[in-house]
Write a protein that binds this ligand. Structure first.
Ligand code: NDP
Ligand SMILES: N[C@@H](CCC(=O)N[C@@H](CSC=O)C(=O)NCC(=O)O)C(=O)O
Ligand code: ZN
Ligand code: ZN
Length: 381
């Protein structure tokens, strides 16, 4: 048993004191887990565009000061009373989409959105309404129920899943968001069928993962749409068949017209992986009349809204969306980790950059340059 059990741990964390400011890596006190809580020593965390979105101040739920990060993996340090799903020493991935198995959502069989702790999670506190983090004598908020930009974090027991220790944490952390989101969007939410034509708008970590899922389901054409020409090679590396840069189309030709022409009437499935509401409209309108489905994955800024002519829906196109790809973390993530170990799921290929916790602001800068798919932060370096 670790000699930290039951005690407050002082460690380093990257604190976002205010929107739009760089993170500050400094000491934070992490209180022991209460009943049905788990304290995790985070080894590695990815940096997702949603972290940058919330830090920018565009997230309507964003509140500060906060410890961001939601793509983390590590080892359970200690557990609170009543925790049965994980134990100290387990290798785990934090889950920003929890799975209680008991609530109306979990029992519906129709969604992965668990409702049990969503209200407190959205307010940046643990289910009992308080925080486990303190810095400079002030309580610091949790983020997405995970707060992985810290050497130690505390999460609800329903927000963590044990995975095989054979998977290195610098890889398994990426299954905590980006890869699972895109892969699940294609295979679980859309259930792309063999031979179907797919367009993926935005070839970042999420979009490339949609491609990976579409390839798994034996899609026909997989068309990448991205404003950055360098994303053509990335898309092809993951199995895309075509690439279109929407800024380079002949004058008067819209991206939806181009995709409809390329697919004999429109795509069977399109995916927005940009968070741009104009792109979301184009993605919907590029769908085939009668059955095409467009999946919204990207997260848009506060105040942004989507629109299209209702006729687009009247004529059979379907607009839907998903969080975490529709994947149920506790039920389904362990097998994705096994798929990675068996060579059936690409993960290593997404890692373009690495940083220490002290270099986390550089990770945020690198994310903007278009050449970064994922930066993995080693929280102990
Ligand atoms: N629903 C969910 O559960 C989740 C949602 N997300 C969200 O998904 C989105 C994608 O995340 P991620 O892959 O990490 O982001 P990235 O920024 O890495 O990828 C987005 C890609 O879209 C490109 N792009 C930007 N504008 C356009 C445009 N107008 N048309 C076509 N392509 C465009 C970008 O190009 P460039 O590089 O030149 O900017 C980039 O290549 C984000 O909004 C993120 O917040 C993430 C995880 C989970
Ligand atoms: N808080 C925002 C919405 C942010 C958002 O949509 N988050 C996604 C995950 S994005 C991961 O990188 C999500 O899980 N949404 C479902 C949920 O219940 O939060 C806002 O208020 O608009
Ligand atoms: Zn994310
Ligand atoms: Zn639930």
């Amino acid at each position: 048993m670790a000699d930290t059990v039951g005690k407050t741990i002082t460690c380093k964390a990257a604190i976002a004191w205010a929107a739009g400011e760089p993170l500050s890596v400094e000491d934070v006190e992490v209180a022991p887990p209460k009943a049905h809580e788990v304290r995790i020593e985070i080894y590695h965390t990815g940096v997702c565009h949603t972290d940058a979105y919330t830090l920018s101040g565009k997230d309507p739920e964003g509140a500060f000061p906060v410890i961001l990060g939601h793509e983390g993996a590590g080892i359970v340090e200690s557990v609170g009373e009543g925790v049965t799903n994980v134990k100290p020493g387990d290798h785990v991935v934090a889950l920003y989409t929890p799975e209680c198995g008991e609530c109306k959502f979990c029992k519906s069989g129709k969604t992965n959105l668990c409702g049990k702790i969503r209200a407190t999670q959205g307010k940046g506190v643990m289910p009992d309404g308080t925080s486990r983090f303190t810095a400079r004598g002030k309580p610091i908020l949790h983020f997405m129920g995970t707060s992985t930009f810290s050497q130690y974090t505390v999460v609800a027991d329903i927000s963590v899943v044990a995975v095989t220790p054979r998977a290195p944490t610098d890889r398994s952390c990426l299954l905590g968001c980006g890869i699972t989101t895109g892969y699940g969007a294609a295979t679980v939410t859309a259930k792309v069928e063999e031979g179907s034509n797919v367009a993926v708008f935005g070839a970042g970590c999420v979009g490339l993962s949609v491609i990976q899922g579409a390839v798994k389901n034996k899609a026909g054409k997989i068309i990448v749409v991205d404003v950055n020409d360098n994303k053509e090679k990335w898309g092809k590396k993951f199995g895309a068949t075509d690439f279109v840069n929407p800024t380079k189309l002949p004058q008067g030709v819209s991206i939806q017209e181009k995709l409809i022409e390329m697919t004999d009437g429109g795509c069977d499935y399109t995916f927005d992986c940009t968070g741009n509401v104009g792109v979301m409209r184009a993605a919907l309108e590029a769908c085939h009349k009668g059955w095409g489905q467009s999946i919204v994955i990207g997260v848009a800024a506060a105040g942004q809204e989507i629109s299209t002519r209702p006729f687009q829906l009247v004529t059979g196109r379907v607009w839907k969306g998903c969080a975490f790809g529709g994947i149920k973390g506790r039920s389904q993530l362990p097998s994705l980790v096994e798929d990675y170990l068996n060579g059936q799921l690409k993960v290593d290929e997404f890692i373009t950059h690495r940083q220490s916790l002290a270099g986390i602001n550089t990770a945020f800068e690198q994310m903007k340059d278009g050449e970064c798919i994922r930066c993995v932060v080693d929280t102990r370096a």
